[in-house]
Design a protein around this ligand. Structure first.
Ligand code: PLP
Length: 495
């Protein structure tokens, strides 16, 4: 299978698409066509383990990768999750389910892809004949950095360096990264905020002289951000797996539609659900949930994408986003795969901060998606009410999706399809906010909040978080934004 750029300029193999990350014309790589999963194949996936299902879906896109090796890689990746099932489906009520994607090493759904990406990337390099060491550079506002570090730690032929804004991440997030284990990792705090940190890292990626010098030292650069197809592909699998779990537990008949509600930021997670649908999975409505940063809600309701608005910091920080970069892949499909139109809109977004869909595209979007957003007060209320009713604690991101799902169900009585709410983080990842929502207690210290939340909910504390307190801090380096390249070069040269 070949991959093409949403902006028209390139056609490459899957391995190349993953190694490169982004197309040379600035577009995103998409499959030349959607591979299909037939009814017989769906049936054949019923008895499979999660890892086997994931490998089956990946093999549909990455046909130059060895299938048995893909399966082994998925098995290894998902063996690192807590519990038997890396993506359990929990029944909450009649027709209402929670798909828990937070049992990975960092307790957020990004682990679903970032534990598999190192294999896809290293193997991709081998398939493309690249012999150099790959240096992954990540600028993070919190969650992605830790998930990437865990995913790539001790991966062969790869080094990873994470930069985070010194005054822009939570204490817990800082501690998670500063205590990171692994022989190929490095974490550096950058003076300034996230934007400054990201800009500084981008300068390394776009500096030709830098890249030349690194290459002389046997190192090439790559990224692990969510526009990489290698991040998207493993996410498609859990929609299949959730559906198959519903069928095998006889809660849904094979072929009947299921709706999904997804807490959305960069549009990567929900886009994977759309890809699953295009592959033939019986997916009904996709509920796109935003927080107070509701640019996507407005877009889906009106067809106008307008980022010219205030940016809010919320208690669901991984959804605090004004430009959802993966939306470009949906735009490509909506336009009838018209790269000229995609490029025009992306240029317009960059220059003016706004673009608008044509009427027939607007109709398509609303056929596919339903959107809502959840404010800060509603987030707290949803966590509280849901815990009161079901004794099920939710994190702040998941609460946004539950809120939107509730509104969708209330307003669409005729839609009898079951609703699966995608849960993207453990409540223990945001213990103070969840504790406050459930009990009204405002606890300043994260570890104390974890302890009290455990007493209040009886939910098991993930081992990776409870162990954190006693782990030695390995990284304390703080750098100026304009001095990141020497830091990266020194790390690249290390043994
Ligand atoms: C990244 C993240 C999201 C948003 O996912 P996108 O793929 O960017 O839409 C939602 N919740 C949590 C906990 C996340 O870490």
């Amino acid at each position: 299978m070949k991959f093409i750029s949403t902006r028209g300029g390139e056609c490459v193999s899957g391995a190349q698409a993953i190694v490169q990350g982004i197309a040379k014309d600035g577009g995103l790589f998409v499959p030349e066509q959607f591979p299909q999963v037939t009814r017989e194949e769906l049936e054949s996936m019923l008895p499979m383990s999660y890892a086997e299902r994931a490998a089956f879906v990946l093999a549909k896109y990455l046909d130059e990768y060895d299938a048995a090796e893909l399966t082994r890689a998925c098995e290894e990746a998902y063996a690192r999750f807590e519990g038997d099932d890396p993506a359990p489906l929990v029944k909450i009520d009649a027709g209402l389910y929670m798909l828990e994607l937070f049992h990975g090493p960092t307790c957020a759904f990004k682990d679903m892809a970032l534990t598999v990406l190192p294999y896809l990337l290293r193997k991709g390099c081998d398939l493309c004949g690249i012999k150099e060491t790959v240096l992954i550079l990540v600028a993070t506002s919190g969650d992605t950095g830790k998930a990437a570090l865990e995913g790539f730690k001790d991966a062969k032929g790869i080094k990873i360096m994470v930069f985070y804004p010194n005054d822009g991440v939570s204490k817990m997030q800082k501690l998670q990264m500063a205590t990171q284990e692994g022989n190929n990792v490095r974490v550096v705090a950058v003076r300034g905020n996230f934007d400054e940190c990201q800009t500084a890292v981008k300068k390394i990626f776009t500096g030709d002289a830098y890249k030349e010098e690194l290459l002389k030292n046997g190192v090439i650069l790559s990224s692990a951000n969510s526009i990489n197809f290698g991040r998207l592909a493993p996410q498609i699998a859990y929609y299949f797996s959730a559906y198959l779990d519903l069928v095998s537990s006889r809660q849904v008949d094979m072929g009947a539609e299921v709706n999904f509600a997804v807490p959305t930021g960069n549009f990567g997670n929900i886009l994977a659900a759309y890809y699953a649908k295009r592959m033939g999975l019986p997916v009904g409505k996709l509920v796109c949930a935003s927080n107070k940063n509701n640019v996507l809600t407005d877009f889906i309701r009106t067809g106008v994408y307008d980022k010219r608005r205030e940016f809010y910091k919320t208690m669901s920080p991984s959804m605090d986003i004004l430009i959802s970069s993966n939306l470009e892949r949906l735009l490509f499909e909506l336009s009838g795969r018209n790269p000229v139109r995609v490029k025009m809109r992306m240029d317009k977004l960059a220059a003016e901060g706004v673009y608008e869909l044509y009427d027939e595209e607007k109709e398509q979007v609303q056929q596919l998606l339903w959107a809502d957003f959840c404010g800060e007060d509603e987030t707290v209320e949803t966590i509280y009410e849901f815990f009161e009713e079901y004794q099920y604690p939710m994190d702040t991101h998941t609460a946004c999706a539950m809120y939107a799902a509730g509104n969708y169900i209330a307003q669409h009585e005729k839609d009898a399809a079951p609703m699966v709410v995608v849960s993207t983080a453990s409540p223990y990842k945001f213990p103070q906010d969840v504790m406050y929502a459930i009990t009204g207690n405002d606890i300043k210290d994260s570890f104390k909040a974890i302890k009290h939340l455990n007493i209040a909910t009886a939910m098991k504390v993930p081992a990776s978080l409870s162990k954190l307190r006693d782990k030695p801090v390995r990284f304390t380096e703080v750098a100026d934004g304009d001095k990141l390249y020497p830091v990266a070069l020194a790390f690249a040269k290390q043994k």
